[in-house]
Design a protein around this ligand. Structure first.
Ligand code: IPD
Ligand code: CA
Ligand code: CA
Length: 290
C-alpha cells in the first residue's frame, strides 16, 4: 500500500528535471497572502449571511449553488490573477482555468464547501484552498467561516488550528474505539461497495458522523476528533487542502483501493489515522468491493 507521502516523494525524485520543490520563503509568503484573502472572504460571507439568497441547482436538485459560492470564487480569481498572473486556478464554479495537468502552481479552490449546510443551516461550511506546485501539496487552508476557525498547514511545517499546532495523530487507535466521518449513502445500495459490509463497519466502530462538508471532515481527522473519513465521490477542490493538512499530522489519504489520489479526477476517498487504514481497506472496502 502506498501512502500519500510516499507517493509525493516518488513523484519528486523519479523525475527531478520536471518537478521543482517550492522554496520555503516563497511558500511562506504565499501562505500569508492566501490566509489574508481567505479571512477577508470569510468576513464578507459572515456580513452577508442573512441576505436573501439566489439558489440554483447543478447536477441534481440537491446539488445547490448560490450567488455567494460564485461571488466568493470570483473574489479569489481576481485576487490570484491580479497578484500571481502565472499561477493557475482550479475552482468548482468555473471562474478558473481549464486544468489538464498539475504542472505549475495551482490554487485548488472550493469557495463554499458544504453549500447545503450554508443554505439550510447557515453554518458548518468552509472555504477550502489547496496550493500545489508541480503536483506537490504546499499549502492547505480550511476555514470554518461561521466558527471563525482556520485549519492550515504548509508542507513540512506542521498543521495548525488557528495558531495552535495540531498534534501528530495517535499511534494507538483501535478501530472499535474510533469515530468515522461517513456519508450515509455508503449504507444504501450503491455501485461501489456491498452496503451490508459497510453496515458491519458502522457496527464495528464506536460511532459515525456526517458533517456535510468534506473539507471540515478532513480537518476533523487532522485534529484527531475523527479517526477517519470515507467518501464515495469527491472533487479535487473538496480534498486538496485537507490532504496537505492531514499529511502534516501523519495521517494517510488514498482512494478506496488504497491508491494515491489523482487530483485531476473525481475520486473516492479514505483519509485516516495510519493505525486503522489497512483494516478499513482490507476488511471492509476490499471485501465488499463490487
Ligand atoms: C459537497 C460537500 C459534501 C460532500 C459532497 C460535496 P459542496 O461539496 O463536501 O460533504 O458529501 O460530495 O460535493 O457541493 O457543498 O461544495
Ligand atoms: Ca465541495
Ligand atoms: Ca462548493
Amino acid at each position: 500500500m502506498t501512502s500519500m507521502s510516499q507517493f509525493v516523494s516518488m513523484t519528486v525524485y523519479e523525475d527531478s528535471r520536471r518537478h521543482t520543490l517550492m522554496e520555503q520563503s516563497t511558500r511562506q509568503a504565499l501562505f500569508k497572502q492566501a490566509r489574508e484573502w481567505v479571512l477577508e472572504a470569510g468576513r464578507t460571507i459572515r456580513e452577508k449571511i442573512d441576505d436573501p439568497l439566489v439558489i440554483d441547482t447543478k447536477s441534481n436538485e440537491n446539488d445547490l449553488v448560490t450567488t455567494m459560492d460564485k461571488e466568493t470564487e470570483q473574489f479569489f480569481a481576481s485576487k490570484i490573477k491580479g497578484k500571481y498572473p502565472g499561477h493557475l486556478l482550479f475552482g468548482e464554479e468555473g471562474y478558473g482555468d481549464k486544468i489538464e495537468s498539475l504542472d505549475g502552481t495551482i490554487w485548488i479552490v472550493d469557495p463554499i464547501d458544504g453549500t447545503m449546510n450554508f443554505v439550510h443551516q447557515k453554518r458548518n461550511f468552509a472555504i477550502s484552498i489547496g496550493i500545489y506546485h508541480d503536483g506537490i501539496g504546499e499549502i492547505g487552508l480550511i476555514y470554518d467561516v461561521m466558527g471563525d476557525v482556520l485549519y492550515h498547514a504548509q508542507r513540512n511545517s506542521g498543521a495548525y488550528k488557528n495558531n495552535q499546532q495540531l498534534k501528530q495523530l495517535s499511534f494507538s487507535v483501535d478501530l472499535r474505539e474510533s469515530i468515522l466521518g461517513l456519508n450515509h449513502f455508503w449504507l444504501c445500495e450503491n455501485s461501489l461497495v456491498d452496503e451490508r459490509v459497510m453496515q458491519r463497519l458502522v457496527r464495528t466502530v464506536r460511532g459515525t458522523r456526517s458533517t456535510g462538508s468534506a473539507a471540515l471532515e478532513m480537518a476533523y481527522v487532522a485534529e484527531g476528533v475523527f479517526d477517519g473519513y470515507l467518501a464515495m465521490r469527491l472533487s479535487p477542490w473538496d480534498i486538496a487542502a485537507g490532504m496537505v493538512i492531514i499529511n502534516e499530522v501523519g495521517g494517510v489519504t488514498t482512494d478506496r483501493h488504497g491508491h494515491p489520489i489523482n487530483l485531476l479526477e473525481k475520486t473516492s476517498l479514505v483519509t485516516c489515522n495510519k493505525q486503522i487504514q489497512s483494516t478499513i481497506l482490507k476488511e471492509f472496502l476490499e471485501k465488499g468491493k463490487k
